[in-house]
Design a protein around this ligand. Structure first.
Ligand SMILES: O=C(Cc1cc(-c2ccc3c(-c4nc5ccccc5[nH]4)n[nH]c3c2)n[nH]1)Nc1cccc(F)c1
Length: 272
């Protein structure tokens, strides 16, 4: 069926950034779907020479189906703009909650990492890597389920972006900082950075005053884990933040790690 702007009632703005504004919208005809409509100007995409990436991103995202990856239902365009029909995530940006709460509990962090490992395993099975996963690119649906939304193209209300437009180094593995070839193992490293950040409120190699120092610390895998972090969580972080990509814990082993299983098992118990 043909979608166009007239198919929707436009609601509140959800965020904006480099290439576009995102609005909460509802389909006019029944069944009334709520979704996030992203509007990007063709002129801006052309000015930034990212036309190919946008096409590729649309192509990739349309074929992804996973409970922890934000859906791209479809897209349409008029003479000036491209519109993306994206899944609406009812609890918004995970990053806002992390900033507001400071850090997450071990149980909450463990569940998010479990969901991310599952989503990354799925992406790697489709040979999709480096999804630029950082808290700014993670959304939460109405049930608190994590959704990876690849904001490679931007999308953040001004002010809540923690870093400059050029993006942050905090999540890059040594091989990318040292401009060496990289594999899907970059995502394993990032998972370790995120585990640390959910529990401690800050990424392990951050130095807000010096990007150079952050690079040095990443290349030297120079980080300390605060003692309030449980031994199980520390064990997982040490097994992901390894200099050698092939030594990083496999995603299937992350899902079976005791720090992940112990909270998931409680779920099962509750269901019984
Ligand atoms: O740009 C994105 C990713 C993306 C996702 C979003 C986005 C932003 C916000 C939301 C939200 C949302 N829900 C909220 C609830 C409360 C407060 C804020 C909220 N934002 N739901 N779904 C979203 C989706 N913007 N951009 N994808 C993409 C895909 C293909 C081609 C391309 F160029 C880009």
């Amino acid at each position: 069926r043909e979608w166009n702007l007239d198919s929707f009632e436009i609601g509140q703005g959800l965020g904006q950034g480099l290439f576009g504004h995102v609005y909460m919208v509802r389909t006019k005809c029944k069944p009334k779907y709520i979704l996030a409509l992203k509007c990007m100007y063709k002129s801006e995409i052309i000015d930034h020479c990212v036309e190919k990436q946008v096409r590729r991103e649309i192509e990739i995202q349309q074929n992804l189906r996973h409970p922890n990856i934000l859906r791209l239902y479809g897209y349409f365009h008029d003479e000036k703009r491209i519109f993306l029909m994206l899944e609406f995530a009812g609890q918004g940006e995970l990053y806002r909650q992390l900033t507001k709460e400071g850090s997450f509990s071990e149980k909450r962090s463990s569940r998010y990492i479990d969901q991310m490992a599952d989503a990354l395993g799925y992406l790697h099975s489709k040979h999709v890597i480096h999804r630029d996963i950082k808290p700014e690119n993670l959304l939460l649906d109405i049930n608190g389920q994590l959704k990876i939304a690849d904001f490679g193209w931007s999308v953040h209300a001004p002010g809540n972006r923690r870093t400059t437009i050029c993006g942050t180094l905090d999540y890059l593995p040594p091989e990318m900082v040292l401009k060496k070839p990289h594999s899907e193992k970059v995502d394993h490293w990032t998972l370790g950075v995120l585990t640390y950040e959910f529990l401690c409120g800050l990424p392990p190699f951050e130095n807000p005053k010096s990007q150079l120092d952050t690079k040095k610390r990443i290349a030297a895998v120079d980080f300390q884990i605060p003692s309030y972090v449980s031994c199980d969580a520390q064990d997982l972080i040490y097994k992901l933040l390894r200099y050698e990509p092939e030594k990083r814990l496999a995603l299937s082993d992350v899902s079976q790690h005791r720090w992940i299983v112990k909270y998931r098992r409680n779920d099962a118990k509750q269901r019984l």
